[in-house]
Design a protein around this ligand. Sequence first.
Ligand code: PAF
Length: 283
Amino acid sequence: MKIINTIADIQHYVAAVKATGKRVAFVPTMGNLHKGHLSLVKQAKLLADVVIVSIYVNPLQFGADEDFDAYPRTMEQDCEQLIAYNTDVLYAAASDEIYPEGSEKHTHVSVDILDCMHCSNTRPAFFRGVATVVAKLFNIVRPDVAVFGEKDYQQLTIVKKMVSDMCIPVEVIGAPTVREKSGLAMSSRNNYLTDTERQHIAPAVYRTLLQAREAIVAGERDYQAVRARAFASLSEAGIKPDYFNVSHPLTLQPAEPDEKDLVILAAGYLGKARLIDNLYFSI
Ligand code: PAF
């Protein structure tokens, strides 16, 4: 695996690959890789000849009281895993090239229409930070296709809209959420949980999503009642609910009762972690 740190070098590399007619797939990450990320790499391998993974812990997507400093940086283990998954290039972006004058003086990209609900309520700067860095990484790497996890459904929807609205020439693909045996969606922040929280409490998020889906498939159309029941189950399990919203899969607005395609987006707090998950389905 080639490790590239500078914009000039990655652009030179990608231009040379494309000149031979090969397709380039890109998987942006913040490192601390787990099976969820590696499934994105696997998916990327199926879509292109060359796979580039970036690792960059983006300061702009962390709030002042969030875990930017504590966010796990595990470059050595990440490299081992990427090599095992036949990654062609790791682009470990240098911070002074991403935000040369600091992140706040940089041009920002906002997808306001989708950044006013769900996670945006508790993490107001998060998606602006994600959209900005992803737009910049796309302009640097210029991949043909990019793969993002469906676990971060609002993020994926925002990236797709940004790409479509701004005519960025990249195809954005969502890859299915990878779960632990318990059903818990894999996430770097699961490392903040104790063993008991991880094994016995956190899986309640996915269980509650499945129960909600079952009720809706059985005919329930009162989505406020679905949310109230879900909040009660999460609280009973020991999770402090943040939101549990039955939504339209593209606009992310509250779903109308006659909607056929739905996504339920959920988030809650457990110990030091904020858990998010979602379930997309049709009725
Ligand atoms: O999902 C992530 O890991 C990050 O939000 C991303 C897309 C790499 C942007 O920093």
